[in-house]
Design a binder for this molecule. Sequence first.
Ligand code: 5GP
Length: 196
Amino acid sequence: MEQRKKKGLLIILSGPSGVGKETVRNRLEKIRKFELVYSISMTTRGPRNKEVDGINYYFISEEEFKDNIVRDNFLEYAKFVGNYYGTPKDKVEKLRNEGHNVLLEIEINGAKQVMSKVKDDAVISFFLMPPSLDVLESRIRKRKTESEELIAERLKKGKEEMAMTDDYDYVILNDKVNRAAEEISDLIERKLKELK
Ligand code: 5GP
């Protein structure tokens, strides 16, 4: 008889805009201690310089996004500094049922929705913390993609998020990308062993 596959781990990675979630995720993928699939979100934000539709995000219109809300297609969604962002529900479920570990890179309101909706044990959540607000601001500025107004809004939102981390399993300091990624990797590995 075919053995039923164990459900994959759902990994939530949050943190203020500019903290370096994507860099840490890329590093995690390179460490390769376990298999990881990144869940591509849908957003109404326009693509930044090098972003590609279907790789960084699915870039869709507000009308399409709202249609997906009505059809209950999101595991979670939130509005963040003027744009909508959401996680496609069916894709995540399918991947997890096939045994893949799935990483969600999402802001705090979406993370809370996932934590209250997904009731199985195979969930682990991380909040990535910048070493300081100055470092965060300079990282956002370095991207050179946002106007002064949007930079200010993202920083304000980031400060709010950094004061609301109680629901996360772990708060990880992103002082150095490699160190932070190693710490997260070790915690995921430990969780995967517990679930065996
Ligand atoms: P950005 O515009 O910088 O790519 O993303 C803004 C914020 O939205 C970041 O904190 C990012 O992690 C978050 N985000 C990206 N995709 C999703 C999603 O599907 N759902 C939620 N709730 N947040 C998301």
